[in-house]
Design a protein around this ligand. Structure first.
Ligand code: UDP
Ligand code: MG
Length: 323
């Protein structure tokens, strides 16, 4: 296995002006002269001075590419924007908030050089709030069950992957949380690497605590795979139809049990209540499923098109003209 020479470090950043300079300096120091690297930051519609900080950094450093989106389009699409531009034989993704430590980048790359296609960071001693850790733990268990993954910490922002992996990714919705699982599904060699994790030093997480879209993404990946042309609305309509038939069946049974002499019988009353509750639950699911499908469809319609992503760019600095 040939060793890597040129690396892309890719950073999605939404209002992270306070940490970007330090992130760059520490990345540069830890990579040293072992690999050549470019540092791509996607400013995903920040409203603070993130881009001004990047402009200042670009005045002194020649290996930085800074891209500004007109508006916030989400971490998955910010990463896709970076993958479109990356030239590295491997990409290392790292969050801008310094919760992950750039000092671990060499470790990830060395592991990649052992012959792996993707090395996923594993925050063995995660420093988030208890409730966030629990939700994340549940997400990891669900991923194991629904998508048969073997990994412990799917959504660590720090990961390294070879070019053949990142050029194949078609992230939609919030699929960035599932990158290592997608790589596993595509048959790539995926492994984990223990990394250090810190508390967020400034600002709050850019995500709400309850991320129901994570479960939708998981179902979407399970049903439709990662890159097939697939309409989630159609897939969700099928179970909705089954639930609707069940609800209608329950309604008939409930009406039958509540007519004539039968309704005075104690057992019949219990059965009638159970049928009613189950019927209502089925009716609820039959209405919510199409809405879920529609939601996924809307969220992901444009994201997969490179042309659409290019149109989200307001400004680029540091990219050579011949690119
Ligand atoms: N981020 C982004 N666009 C978004 C949300 C987040 O570029 O719409 C970036 C954010 O600036 C950070 C990384 O994605 O660099 C991870 O976000 P955050 O730290 O808020 O996530 P958490 O660590 O809470 O999971
Ligand atoms: Mg963070």
């Amino acid at each position: 296995m040939s060793s890597l020479k040129f690396i892309t470090v890719l950073v999605p950043a939404l209002n992270e002006s306070k940490t970007l300079k330090e992130l760059y300096e520490r990345t540069k120091k830890s990579i040293g002269s072992d690999w050549e690297f470019e540092f791509i930051v996607i400013d995903d519609g920040s409203t603070d001075d993130t881009f001004e900080i990047l402009e200042e950094l670009c005045r002194h450093e020649t290996n930085i590419i800074a891209v500004r989106h007109y508006r916030n389009i989400g971490k998955s699409l910010a990463l896709m924007q970076g993958f479109d531009m990356a030239k590295g034989e491997a990409v290392v993704t790292i969050d801008a908030d310094l919760q992950d430590h750039p000092e671990f980048i060499p470790g990830l790359l060395e592991k990649l050089e052992e012959g792996y296609d993707l090395v996923n960071g594993w925050r063995v001693d995660r420093q988030d709030k208890f409730i966030k850790k629990m939700i994340s733990h549940l997400f990891n268990i669900l991923t194991k069950v629904i998508l048969s993954s073997r990994l412990h910490d799917i959504n660590c922002g720090l990961k390294a992957m070879r070019r053949r992996v990142y050029t194949k990714l078609r992230l939609r919705g919030d699929f960035h949380r599932l990158i290592p699982v997608i790589a596993e599904m595509q048959g790539f060699r995926v492994t984990e690497f223990p990394v250090k994790h810190s508390k967020r030093l400034q600002g709050k997480s850019r995500y709400p605590l309850i991320r129901y879209t994570g479960i939708l993404d998981m179902l979407s990946l399970r049903i439709g795979g990662d890159d097939r042309p697939w309409r989630s609305f159609h897939a969700f309509i099928k179970p909705a139809f089954v639930f609707f038939i069940l609800a209608a069946g329950c309604l008939f049974i409930w009406l039958f049990l509540n007519t004539g002499d039968m309704r005075t019988d104690e057992n019949t009353r219990v059965l009638s209540t159970l049928t009613g509750v189950f019927g209502l639950w089925c009716f609820f699911l039959s209405t919510i499923f199409p809405l879920m499908g529609l939601h996924l469809d809307i969220m992901t319609r444009y994201g997969q098109l490179k042309d659409w992503r290019t149109k989200q760019i307001d400004k680029i600095i540091g990219l050579m003209i011949d690119d």
